[in-house]
Design a protein around this ligand. Sequence first.
Ligand SMILES: Nc1nc2c(ncn2[C@@H]2O[C@H](COP(=O)(O)OP(=O)(O)OP(=O)(O)O)[C@@H](O)[C@H]2O)c(=O)[nH]1
Ligand SMILES: [Mg+2]
Length: 356
Amino acid sequence: MAKTTRDPSRQAADSKQDTTASADPASIHRPLLDVDAHVTGVLSGDRSVLAQTITLVESNASAHQKKAQAVLKQLLPHAGNALRVGITGVPGVGKSTFVDALGTMLTGQGHQVAVLAIDPSSSITGGSILGDKTRMERLACDPNAFIRPSPTGGALGGVAKKSRETLIVCEAAGFDVVFVETVGVGQSEITVRSMVDFFLLLMLPGAGDALQGIKRGVMELADALVVNKADGDNAHRAGVAKAELDRALPYLQPATRGWKTGAHTCSSLEETGIAEIWAVIRAFEEKTKKSQIFFERRKAQSLEWLHSMIDVHLRADFYENDAVRKRFSQIEHSVVAGDLPVTVAIERLFAAYRGR
Ligand SMILES: Nc1nc2c(ncn2[C@@H]2O[C@H](COP(=O)(O)OP(=O)(O)OP(=O)(O)O)[C@@H](O)[C@H]2O)c(=O)[nH]1
Ligand SMILES: [Mg+2]
């Protein structure tokens, strides 16, 4: 269990500045939670506290971030026990339908399933197209499942930071399988790859164009290539696409040392091939745990996270620096006008940043 030592001075400060509740409409009539209440609530699997804790973790307000860090620090020793599975693929390939089908199968077997979404567009538009609960109808009302749409706001790095922290919170709450869904349109696949154990690329059936403009690099991130919608008129085309992938796979770099990425077909709608894909995921887990590669990857991911967070913090610190901001537009102007070489501009900006 979590330590229950209380820090009255911090609690007082927190309650004074805390506006978490107003950010979450559902919590308007809820009392504010202190750090211990967040920790014990999450550890006991209380869904309402879980949702409030994720809201706290996602908040950008500095008072919330301080409190969130205190909560996360206590939750961390209880995290890490889930199998983390990333799902990517072009818009409409059936990611949510697939997760609904597989997730429902798993809760039926006694698993606790959490679904997180990383939506690269939310960092631009502030909207959240992924993790749409209506596309996961059964999981959305399954007591053994929890769906969290993508956090909004901030650059992809910021969204990913929040998602990683949300993952820790979900694991501490006892979820033993966590799916991370992201739309396959670029950088977000790499981000998700860096936070999951197994990465699955969903593809569309289509003879002759099995590669579907999906970059080789993305295919090389995947531990399984799955042709979805293998039903009705598409069943045959899905088989052809799989055969084509089978032929292409020997020429691709495998994503995980000691694991042969395979091609598979399934229908998320008719729920065929889903159990077989889960068997592949479990075989992967068993094999990579035995060879230690599973644990080595997790360690490498923690380090990668540390370094990417240093980047995020340094960037923010630089751009928010008063001296930098004061000089920024003038220097930008001079660079654009061709009056100032970029190298000199950098020297001046960093001199300002360092207070020289
Ligand atoms: N025939 C068939 N249709 C499917 C299958 N899986 C999904 N679909 C349909 O494809 C459409 C898109 O499915 P989603 O699960 O929302 O796809 P997605 O990849 O999550 O989409 P985004 O989140 O928008 O990127 C829906 O109309 C689904 O009903 C399948 O196995 N067979
Ligand atoms: Mg979706």
